[in-house]
Design a protein around this ligand. Structure first.
Ligand code: ATP
Length: 212
């Protein structure tokens, strides 16, 4: 791995993956000139209840969704953990494996607004930079507004190689799609066409996911 590599990390439940994940992923890989953007489905997210589809199904759907997308790679390390996953542990592992790489962790504004509830969030900022993606309907909390003002990439503080703790916001194409809404539509027997890749939709049908 070259010492100037810039690695992107994008975690989530991907239950199921939809275009609200995929389009921003393509845009940020280009915009931030990432060598790789790792999409990391978690097994049991530490901060929320059980997922609707199994880890294997979520992994399968995500893998088929990105199979032809340059630089987008599914990282299975969190999915393989048989206990609640914490971002800090994942970052420590990646940092250990690729000490010279600059890490950029991407998250939607809805997630960032509750970033103070993340396990060891302050330590997370010693290992990575954050890029906050705009998301329709999402708003800052008082905490996230303050943290952004303190750490944001102004006054020449940019995400450059070797740096950590910088927080940037990023305008991506706004798609008001959520996995909750996709699951709700499927359970109500409504179409999810054009909200997610056809292949994923066919997989959901074939495996009878999210029906109840
Ligand atoms: P759910 O509705 O089940 O909570 P979700 O659609 O928010 O799911 P997640 O897998 O929880 O999807 O999200 C993974 C990451 O992607 C989070 O950082 C989230 O903020 C971001 N994200 C999800 N959907 C969008 C979207 N439409 N636009 C921008 N970011 C998004």
């Amino acid at each position: 791995m070259a010492s100037d590599s810039r690695i992107g990390l994008f975690g989530g439940t991907f239950d199921p993956v939809h275009y609200g994940h995929l389009r921003p992923a393509v845009e940020i890989a280009e915009l931030f000139e990432l060598s790789t953007l790792y999409l990391m489905p978690n097994h049991q997210p530490g901060h929320r209840g059980p997922t609707a589809a199994s880890t294997d199904h979520r992994l399968e759907m995500l893998t088929m969704a990105v199979k032809d997308a340059p630089r987008l790679v599914v990282d299975t390390r969190e999915a393989e953990r048989n206990e609640p996953t914490y971002t800090i542990d994942t970052l420590k592992e990646i940092h250990h494996e690729q000490a010279d790489a600059t890490l950029v962790f991407f998250l939607g504004l809805d997630s960032f607004s509750a970033f103070d509830s993340w396990h060891e969030w302050e330590e997370i900022l010693t290992l990575t930079n954050l890029v906050v993606l705009d998301r329709p309907g999402a708003e800052h909390s008082e905490f996230s507004q303050g943290l952004l003002a303190r750490q944001q990439a102004n006054c020449g503080r940019q995400i450059v190689n070797g740096r950590t703790g910088v927080i940037q916001t990023c305008q991506v194409t706004q798609l008001a799609i959520s996995a909750t809404d996709v699951r709700r539509r499927i359970a109500s027997d409504l179409s999810v066409r054009f909200l997610l890749p056809d292949e994923v939709s066919e997989y959901i049908d074939a495996n009878n996911l999210y029906r109840s």
